[in-house]
Design a protein around this ligand. Sequence first.
Ligand code: URA
Length: 154
Amino acid sequence: IMFVGEAPGADEDRQGKPFVGKSGRLLDKMLASIGLDRKNIYITNIVFWRPPGNRDPSAAELAVCLPFLERHIELICPDILVPLGGPAAKTLLGVRDGITRLRGKWYPYQTGNMAAPINALPFFHPAYLLRSPAHKRESWLDLLTIKDRLNTGG
Ligand code: URA
């Protein structure tokens, strides 16, 4: 499974690793709830540096990183691709809908260099779940969707 977040925060910037701060700790709990940990998954971001002041990544930053991200996904070639949050889902899937509409459904993801599409399941971003814990319920359903897919091998 490959998770794709938005951009490093201050903790990630300091350590040079994705999701090592508060959001990462929630992501670890979410993974543990379906029997996974960091060893079973791969994580990166749609932008590879921390936008100054934690602003949203700009269109130019997204465009510069996208070819590297696409190649990264081709090389990892995951069974399941999980965009975390609206910006990651929109960037990867090329859609305009918000994450509330996108989450919980499977989408095909394919680049020109892939023989077959990968199954993508957008999730709420853990930072959003920290701010809006009421939405953890939907994320639990999404985690179960992944668990089912892993169990059935489909
Ligand atoms: N949030 C992200 O989107 N990515 C990280 O790496 C950390 C926090």
